[in-house]
Design a protein around this ligand. Sequence first.
Ligand code: BES
Ligand code: MN
Ligand code: ZN
Length: 499
Amino acid sequence: MKFSMSVNSKNKKGQELIIIPAHKTKNKKVVSNTNWPQEYRNSFSKIKASKSFDGSKGKAFLFPLENGSTIMAVGLGEKESLNFESLRCEMANVFKKIQHDNSEAIIKIEQFILEDDIEKSLASIIQGLMLAAYKFERHLTTKSETKLKKIILELDNKNPKNEKLTKKAIHENSIVCESVNFCRDLVNEPPNILNSEYYAKLVEKDSKTLNRVKVKVLGKDQLKKEKMGMFLSVNAGSAYAPRLVHLTYTPKKVTKKTKHIALVGKGLTFDTGGYSLKPSGSMMNMKFDMAGSSTVYGAFRAASLLNSDVKITCLLGITDNAVNEKATMPDSIVKARNGKTVEILNTDAEGRLVLGDVLSYASDLKPDAIIDAATLTGACLVSLGNEICGLMSNNDYLVEQILSSAKEVDEYMWQLPIIEPFRKDMKSNIADLKNMGGSRFGGTSKAAAFLENFVDPKIPWAHLDIAGVGDSQSHLPYCPTKGASGSIVRTLTNYLLNQ
Ligand code: BES
Ligand code: MN
Ligand code: ZN
């Protein structure tokens, strides 16, 4: 779907679908349309449709103009209750309504502006449409045709400032949405196709299309040289070689003040649990256990294409967690890259083993901050539900920055604490650490307490548990009801661009 801008041309062909907002009025069953152009209002009142259509959310009303164009009045509910997220959701619903019958649509954007903020309003409109348009049909022999290919964002009058902002919004939001959708594609790809080796190749290939990005892919021998004993222990039972994808983005201008942010992602192309095998019901869909890595890659990708001012390192720890005679047995003790010994009590707590070694590798690069994303714990779903991303950190300022980045793009995120008793619970009596706490309670924070051991304490670090939000977000109309959501790519992109 392509977006373009136009300034009211008046001489329409007479076949256009023109989209305008309609609001519900308090206590009245009358739709508020005082801001519509006179010709629209005339046409609307001629049909006397105002009784059946009250402007409530989710409803839309189609009526013709005399020149033959069709107006679609989109119900947005009461004006006071509309916000940027509900606008995003309503635009996703608009897409679903019109995708099969129209090849293009014109949106009268000025009428949709909320809080006088054209940039944020356009972000909601473009994202709502473009994220809703996503489909994963690579493996369908018969693909569903989406007729809608072109969206014209129309300004009422010539206005250089708004024209510039609109063009900028189209450029930026298209890149962000393409990156969210790229992330979704990676996550949705099944594990028999997207194995560790292929995944690394795909990312390497895509990274060549980015701005000022270098890529290095470390294989098994290099991980051995790096002494990544935890990471290698997860890969021990696999038919595929492990991969550590190391990407570096350098901004156009680098000074002594240029910040360096490192992103780290869990890339488990499939998690069987290993010897601590998952029951089949829980194993289903574990292809999505690499969502952390595709999330950080998605953000890295967007930030590079949008020429972020900060240096960014992106590290993807990729393997599957499989079982064969060489797979790591529970009770094994392995040595991490930073020298700490770890008793592996449960081979299904594998994400922290991969991340721990990659976090230690990231720390050695001495970035100004490290952020990791991972589908790390089922406990995150218990504590925060499907809808909220868990955040744990060693630095309050970083927490503040990430939480406000999430809020700005309307993604739910909530901080969970790392407390002393959790740190204690991760200690073993026969090794420095164990990979699982004494009970399942507080599992999300305890996983973070484990990870903390592998981060240089001088470096601000945040851990995002996306176990809940990475997958199906059926409450969000701009996410597929089933399959990867691409959540948190927008938060991290926003964070990187705000630095
Ligand atoms: N990938 C899973 C976490 C997960 C579970 C994500 C369900 C999404 C839905 C992770 O590797 C895992 O298995 N964690 C264990 C840890 C436990 C053994 C300490 C878990 O959450 O049960
Ligand atoms: Mn697991
Ligand atoms: Zn896992």
